[in-house]
Design a protein around this ligand. Structure first.
Ligand SMILES: [Zn+2]
Length: 331
């Protein structure tokens, strides 16, 4: 990770050398150990604090605490929602909790041990969830109930995060080809990471001749070839994806969704992560080299800095500029 920050000592922006240091932090009278990241000015060697490292350190402490106490993570809570196709509010209601309890947990609040154990039980046992659902079905809407029942009865097909994101993009675009969908997934992954600190999904991206590709999604929609994807969705995605994910995806669709697949392909061909993963191979040679996640993060972090993006809506500065650049370059 490359960070530039203002050094009070040198009175200028400097690159930071980042080192890890073992640190104990006390929470409720107990010590938790984690590797803390510290940034040092590359000129004078003084410690320089930055929001980015602070955020990362808080995340590391959070993980250390949850590991030690065996508390469910927000990713695991998310996978409950995906697995049973149920929203945060309906699930809170099924459990007899406050309506926004799960929303708070997804946003980073740490569940108490009994609440966490209850969630682990649901994650691990379909039977337990079914029992809960049947017992409390009058607490949630009929459509939420039917959706969850269908999810359980459809041979427990778990829809992964990347499939959910893809479905949301398809629904928002209305008309989109598999090629364009791949590029939107790629931009969404990169910008979500640098704006929100997390990846949207864990899948690795491959550097194919036609640009970045997520294999799982390629396989799912390849039968549409160069046509628009038509799909039937039997549940309400709006209810399952977090608001911040939906917000970023809406901006991605508005910033990149108006270009066709070929234009987007060209745009990615002039970006470092794809170029580097291809390692100078001829343009039409096949490859499934991985585009490393850290390279995607690094690249989009630099874009964010270069365009001075503060708000997510400013992603459009890049899409427009890059589109113009690539088209001009080619003519
Ligand atoms: Zn300095």
């Amino acid at each position: 990770m490359e960070i530039k920050e203002y050094c009070e000592n040198c009175k200028e922006f400097r690159k930071l050398n980042i080192k890890e240091k073992s640190n104990d932090c006390e929470i409720r009278g107990k010590k938790y150990n984690y590797l803390e990241l510290i940034g040092y000015c590359d000129k004078c060697g003084e410690i320089v604090t930055t929001n980015r490292l602070n955020d990362e350190n808080l995340k590391r402490l959070d993980i250390a605490f949850r590991n030690e106490e065996n508390i469910i993570t927000k990713e695991q809570i998310n996978s409950i929602l995906v697995k049973y196709k149920i929203g945060k509010k309906p699930l809170s209601k099924l459990l007899g909790w406050g309506e926004v309890t799960l929303t708070r947990y997804i946003n980073g609040d740490i569940p108490t041990k009994p609440y966490s154990d209850e969630l682990f039980k649901i994650l691990k046992s379909e039977d337990y969830f079914l029992e809960l659902l049947e017992k409390n079905k009058d607490k949630i809407t009929k459509s939420a109930y039917v959706t969850a029942i269908n999810a359980i009865q459809s041979d427990f097909i778990v829809t992964s995060d990347i499939e959910l994101v893809a479905q949301y993009i398809i629904e928002k675009c209305g008309e989109i080809t598999p090629l364009a969908l791949q590029k939107l997934l790629y931009y969404a992954q990169g910008f979500y990471k640098v704006f929100m600190g997390d990846y949207l999904f864990t899948n690795d991206c491959e550097a194919w001749e036609h640009g970045p590709v997520y294999k799982k999604i390629y396989d799912k929609y390849k039968s549409f070839k160069y046509n628009f994807i038509e799909q039937y969705i039997d549940f309400d995605i709006e209810d399952i994806l977090d608001d911040d994910k939906k917000y970023l995806l809406d901006v991605i669709v508005k910033s990149f969704g108006y270009y066709n697949g070929k234009a987007l392909e060209q745009m990615t061909h002039y970006e470092k992560p794809w170029i580097e993963a291809r390692k100078n191979m001829p343009a039409n040679e096949r490859s499934n080299n991985i585009i490393e996640k850290k390279n995607i993060e690094e690249f989009f972090y630099k874009i964010k800095e270069k365009y001075d993006m503060v708000n997510i809506v400013e992603i459009k500065k890049y899409s427009e500029d890059h589109f113009n650049e690539v088209i001009l370059y080619n003519n």
